[in-house]
Design a protein. Sequence first.
Length: 389
Amino acid sequence: MAHETKNAPAGDPETAPRTRSRATGLAVNLCLIAASLLFVLIILEIGVRVFLPQRHGLSYVASDPELGWMQEPNARYEYQRENAVPSRVSTNAYGLRTPDIPTEKEASASRLLFIGDSFVQGLAVDDEATFCRRLEALLNANADDNAYQVINGGVDGFSPVQEMLLLERFLPIYKPDLVVQVFFAGNDFTDNADPAGRRRPVGMLDTNGEFVVVPPVAEGETAASNRGGLIEKSQLAFLLRFKVFPRSPALMKIAQRFGLARYSGVRTRSIDLDAELAVVKNSIARSRAAVHDSGARYAMVLLPSPRNEAGETHDAAPPLFDEAEQLDRLAAFLGEASIPSLELAPALEAVAEGEEIYFAGIGHFTAHGHQKTAEVLEPFVRKLIAEGR
């Protein structure tokens, strides 16, 4: 005798509870997995802070509604990076890595303001070892006391647009005779395309071709800025991003793919180099105009990425673009605009004297590199100051 198979009708009251039960169980399991991962990360974070404390300056950076971020004023701390000894860092009342000086300068004094990113700021070296301090000492070696004052306006991670805004803030305060912008080709061509969770101001050309700056999103207003802020405050993230990932090209590529490494945003998407170069040019033109309106002179120093014998950058990342070509295009623009410029790398190689100019692994100047940079800059800035008198 054939048995009839009866299918449960749609909406069977016995089936619905089982479906809801499975969905609830899946949700609970996912929550347990997420909670377990969070617990592990918290334990690892505590472990790093207790047993492998990362002495870095990220906790001494405050949110800034115009610039995106800025070094905290009157800060004193030690900064630690791989392949470098701990460095002593201090900031003045404005948050700049330069001593407090009277805003009004003597008529006989010459005041220089350098703007740029971590190369100007002096990442991984003591205050006294930065090329701004070394240059000031060289300039004053055969001059009256304080005949030359060199102000360090470098901020870690700044883009040319941020440097332009910082310049506009401090021009009326310090009233420099000469402003020198140091352009690092390794990321200054692309920083504008990597808005760091939109916590940095972004330059762009509007529909009329006019250069405009979009203010940064305040910290905490977007998921991206919240995530970026948490990562920057985490010592575990600092250990991974700056000391673990860079030691392995394979790990670095994975970290970049999933947005865990510095500059991951620009590593994983295409960049409109023409558009970014246009932003760089417009920011430079606006900076130069502001400096000239103040009665001072404006110049630029061009610095390509340091590379090893294999042609790799310090983070072993694949090149994003042809740096030499972009630098040639920028140098042509500076020539057309009659902006004095100095290509730093060839001059540094000529005076290196067999010692390391850059730290291995982080690609920034050693103390020796800062000293040699100051020696190369001295005749360049002396000439500019003399011509401006």
